[in-house]
Design a protein around this ligand. Structure first.
Ligand code: SAH
Length: 394
């Protein structure tokens, strides 16, 4: 018999709208003694069945929805089917890159699970007790659905601590990936550091936006802020950029960036990898009257939670305002936020605030987002963490 979480009156509404998180504050009582990761039955205050979910006693997200089908049996076979279905949906997307997100958590009905593929290497990240409970079944299903043997685990995200889970990292099966796994995206080669790189090694989510930068880069002078290992810079150089200044505070990331530039044989009249603080550099460049034709702002997550939104908003506004001042007429700004706590509308308002202060006319050419391998469940807007705008200075 599974344990049951009985919700407070009215707290069934988000679940009825298929929002997949059940918060601790909405639970009236727990009947039974579920262990972390156990499948629990969710009932409304008046005893109606609402769904099956994974129990997470340490987290404020106390349970994550598996299914609203009362007949569903959450077991190895069920997990395997969800995994195979998610991977099946990616088949058409594998054309332009060897780096693909195969499973994106809630967006694929597998809360807390991220799986990326780099060539023949799989990398999984388990960030909730539910997927932790089914770890072996997930690993087996991934190998089965892809036919690949090399599986590495990067369950070292801080989200695990909120779930009461220890961090874990290492080879699950097959060969151990090195720190320079070659992948190719839209004709550009990248070296992915699976064990130690950001996320699972690479910002797969920016694939479409790197392509957009490449398409606009011909003949332009480019400034790439928070460049990490240079993804946007390499795309711009491949697209024919005339020059590129790329700034990051991480020396090792810049070493890898330069290595990738050499690997691709990409040249520009001027290409500088600058180890510096972006806030300081922007200030200096504005003061010295520098100008660029294309600027990318892709900073780290300034707002890790709702508590940080005000401070983050000021930081986003500051860098956007400075970047606008550095743009030549006709120049393009690709500006991003990956803070889940700042939604698309708020980000646009912040950037619009910078436009007002700048006093120049800027057009929005389009909104930018993660690629189709990062689907968002329509009932779970929190899944839309990466948002961006492409602006043109008149
Ligand atoms: N745009 C990158 C990903 C950015 S990750 C890509 O497309 O791959 C965020 C990066 O910002 C990290 O590499 C980190 O070293 C850098 N960073 C964080 N704060 C910084 C600061 N104040 N100045 C410069 N770089 C910073």
């Amino acid at each position: 018999m599974s344990a049951t979480l009985i919700l407070k009156p009215g707290k069934e509404r988000p679940l009825l709208r298929r929002h997949p998180w059940i918060f601790a504050g909405g639970i009236a009582r727990v009947s039974g003694k579920p262990a972390p990761g156990d499948t629990v039955r969710i009932e409304s205050a008046d005893g109606r069945f609402l769904g099956w979910a994974a129990f997470s006693p340490a987290s404020s997200i106390r349970a994550r929805l598996w299914s609203v089908d009362e007949a569903a049996q959450i077991d190895e076979a069920w997990i395997g089917q969800r995994i195979a279905a998610a991977i099946g949906r990616r088949a058409a997307l594998a054309r332009d890159s060897d780096a693909l997100r195969l499973i994106f958590g809630e967006g694929d009905g597998l809360p807390g699970l991220v799986v990326d593929r780099y060539g023949d290497q799989l990398v999984m990240q388990l960030m909730a007790t539910g997927v932790e409970r089914w770890r072996d079944a997930i690993a087996a299903a991934l190998r089965e659905a892809t036919g690949l043997a090399d599986l590495y685990e990067r369950s070292d995200a801080s989200a695990r601590e909120r779930e009461g889970l220890a961090l874990r990292e290492g080879t699950v099966s097959g060969r151990t990936p090195g720190s320079a796994l070659p992948v190719s995206e839209h004709g550009v080669k990248y070296l992915v550091d699976v064990p130690a790189g950001h996320k699972t090694g690479f910002y797969i989510d920016q694939r479409d936006n790197r392509l957009a930068v490449a398409r606009h880069a011909a003949g332009r002078s480019v400034l790439n802020c928070f460049c990490y290992t240079g993804g946007f810079t390499l795309a711009a150089l491949a697209g024919g950029a005339a020059s590129a200044v790329s700034i990051d505070s991480s020396g090792p990331a810049l070493v890898r960036a330069a290595e990738q530039q050499t690997l691709n044989g990409l040249q520009a009249a001027r290409c500088e990898w600058r180890e510096a603080d972006v806030f300081e550099s922007l200030k200096q460049m504005v003061a010295s009257g520098q100008r660029f034709d294309l600027i990318v702002l892709d900073p780290p997550k300034f707002a890790p939670s709702l508590h940080h939104v005000d401070k983050a908003a000021r930081a986003y506004k500051e860098i956007n305002l400075k970047a606008m001042r550095l743009l030549n007429p006709g120049g393009l700004l690709f500006t991003f936020s990956c803070s889940g706590a700042i939604d698309v509308d708020l980000f646009q308002k912040i950037v619009a605030g910078a436009v007002f202060d700048c006093g120049a006319d800027l057009q929005m050419l389009r909104r930018l987002q993660a690629g189709e391998d990062h689907p968002m469940l329509m009932t779970h807007p929190e899944g839309e963490y990466l948002k961006g705008l492409l602006l043109a200075r008149l």
